[in-house]
Design a protein around this ligand. Structure first.
Ligand SMILES: CC(C)(COP(=O)(O)OP(=O)(O)OC[C@H]1O[C@@H](n2cnc3c(N)ncnc32)[C@H](O)[C@@H]1OP(=O)(O)O)[C@@H](O)C(=O)NCCC(=O)NCCS
Length: 241
């Protein structure tokens, strides 16, 4: 163990749950010209509204942590699109699915987050998709679970994996079969192994997040330390304070 790391230290992560169904809010006005152009490209009004709400509330929330007005925050983007705040060391990551966005914020440590809406499987269940995307060990763990558990297990595994790749900001350039998470939804979220980066097992915390019925969400934190999660929810209608 690194002699400089205090094993008693705790990393605090704020996780915001943002409802995307509320009536138009003041946050919608906070988008910059690039974001407005992205919003204009959505075909369906409902998708445009969700994007606008999640980006606007992202800005309003981040402004609580940094000394910048929400509409003046500038984002830089990593090679695979992970956003960071220009000139500011705050770590954050956003995910959205259906009527919810999840936003993780840390003042000290890189984070990744994923929320997914549970969907019914195709005719053959989830296993074909799992074989395509998951590691062999994850597929074996899924197959050992009763069929009534498969949907929950598939999305537990999916959100844990996606949170890990979003932590690293690598998108699908990080091969999904080259690391293994616990797939059983009742077992604690954990990174079991990573061929891609073996040291990550000792310095990655995965944490399943509470989620509304029909959703599953997971947080990944790049730290060897214990984490505490402060859950916060924007209540609708979202108003500026
Ligand atoms: C883009 C990607 C990061 C996530 O895509 P997604 O699951 O469709 O979307 P999410 O809602 O979870 O995340 C989107 C947000 O993540 C952030 N993001 C974008 N690129 C990112 C990256 N490379 N790393 C981390 N975060 C990223 C952005 O804030 C984005 O929101 P916005 O552009 O609307 O502001 C990428 O991982 C991807 O393409 N995934 C494909 C999904 C997949 O096959 N997953 C398999 C899991 S087993």
């Amino acid at each position: 163990m690194n002699a400089h790391i205090d094993p008693q230290a705790m990393i605090e992560i704020d996780v915001w749950r943002i409802p995307l169904t509320s009536e138009p809010s003041e946050h919608d006005k906070l988008l910059d010209p690039d974001e407005r152009r992205r919003a204009a490209r959505f075909i369906f009004d409902s998708d445009r509204a969700r994007f606008t709400r999640s980006r606007g509330t992202l800005r309003a929330t981040l402004a609580r942590y940094v000394d910048i007005l929400p509409e003046q925050i500038k984002f830089d983007y990593g090679t695979h699109g992970k956003p960071t705040i220009r000139g500011c060391p705050i770590h954050f990551n956003l995910s959205h699915a259906g009527d919810w966005a999840y936003l993780a914020i840390s003042t000290t440590t890189p984070v990744g987050i994923d929320v997914e809406r549970l969907r019914p499987p195709a005719r053959n269940g989830w296993i074909d998709l799992a074989r395509r995307f998951f590691s062999k060990a994850e597929v074996t763990e899924l197959l050992a679970l009763p069929s009534s558990e498969q949907t929950k297990a598939f999305f537990a595994c999916w959100t844990r994996k996606e949170a890990y790749i979003k932590l690293h900001g690598r998108g699908l350039s990080l091969p999904l079969g080259q690391f293994t998470v616990a797939a059983d939804p009742k077992a604690p979220a954990i990174l079991r192994s990573s061929e891609w980066c073996p040291d990550d097992t000792a310095r990655t915390v995965l944490h399943d997040l509470s989620s509304p019925a029909g959703y599953r969400a997971c947080l990944a934190v790049g730290t060897p330390l214990t984490i505490t999660v402060q859950s916060k929810t924007w209540t609708a209608p979202v108003t500026l304070t």
